[in-house]
Design a protein. Structure first.
Length: 175
């Protein structure tokens, strides 16, 4: 499995194909539907976002508190379709990748293709194992949302599968 740095993802995304396995390393941000709603509201009002969308990766997760000795608690993926209303706007704003589980709407697939982006799937039900690839976690926005606040994570060799690529490949439509 090749290791990919988040900082190189914009250049590498066009070569990734649905079904590829990768190990992702770098900075990613957690956000679920409540945070997505706030982000898109800020965008529509021309406000300052809590992180730069250009080249960013969002992990659809609501991690549990960190036990002693770990950067974060269980950190498994959330069902991605809950963010489908917001994803095209974020992709058009520069988002390069999303991490979650489950299929996406036709509108999200079109936005992935249009923007040269990628949708990765993480293994559901393995959040306790996934946290071992997370080196640090810091709340950067919307602390009032608790586990749904936006967190900046530093991940190292986080195992993922390309579910939807920017060439139209889609694991959910080939099965």
């Amino acid at each position: 499995m090749p290791e990919i740095k988040v900082s190189q993802l914009r250049q590498i995304a066009p070569s990734l194909r649905a079904g590829d396995s990768v190990l992702l390393s770098g900075t990613v941000y957690t956000a679920r539907d409540a945070a997505h709603k706030r982000i898109t509201q800020i965008m529509s009002q021309g406000g300052q976002l809590p992180f730069d969308l250009d080249g960013a990766v969002i992990y659809y997760a609501g991690p549990t508190p960190a036990p002693q000795g770990l950067a974060i608690g269980s950190c498994g993926p959330t069902t991605s379709s809950r963010m489908d209303t917001f994803a095209p706007t974020l992709l058009d704003g520069g988002l390069v990748a999303m991490i979650g589980k489950g299929q996406r709407s036709d509108e999200v697939c079109a936005a992935i293709e249009r923007n040269g982006a990628v949708y990765f799937c993480a293994i559901g039900g393995a959040g306790a194992l996934a946290c071992k690839c997370i080196r640090s976690s810091e709340v950067i926005a919307f602390d009032d949302l608790g586990c749904e606040s936006i967190k900046q994570l530093e991940i190292e060799k986080f195992p993922l599968i390309v579910a939807i690529d920017c060439q139209g490949g889609n694991l959910y439509k080939t099965r």
